[in-house]
Design a protein. Structure first.
Length: 134
């Protein structure tokens, strides 16, 4: 029974760290952050739990950025901006597509839209400054 308890605590810790950060971490980031408190944690355990969280809707994938998948524990309606220079992911909480437009798209294409994931790509303010200095 102890193994099941450990699994549950690890799973809770993985979910907790995702919900407690705004950096849109990778599985490796989660693993490195939790490893000191859970020395027997494996990277495979982190990946399996992230997949389960995404499938259940508790967490969402932001996508693969610079070769690594990033995750978001905040499942409220919002979009993301990805810096093509540094790979940083930032939240955009302002509505991007008006509800009327979503309804129009549903009518035009006979869709039933359940979620909206909009991803913007560009250069963040810090990278713009760094580029200007170079």
């Amino acid at each position: 029974m102890a193994a099941r308890e450990n699994f549950s605590r690890k799973r809770e810790a993985i979910y907790g760290i995702l919900c407690g950060t705004t950096v849109h971490p990778t599985a490796e980031w989660v693993y490195e952050a939790l490893k000191p408190d859970y020395p027997d944690l494996s990277l495979g355990t982190v990946y399996r739990n992230l997949k389960k969280f995404c499938e259940s809707g508790k967490v969402r994938s932001v996508g693969v950025i610079h070769g690594q998948e990033h995750f978001d524990g905040d499942t409220t309606k919002h979009s993301h901006f990805v810096c093509t220079e540094c790979g940083r992911v930032l939240d955009i909480f302002e509505p991007v597509v008006p509800e009327e437009k979503v309804a129009e798209i549903e009518r035009m294409h006979n869709f039933r839209i359940m979620t909206e994931d909009i991803l913007f790509n560009g250069t963040c303010p810090e990278c713009q400054v760094n580029k200007a200095i170079e």
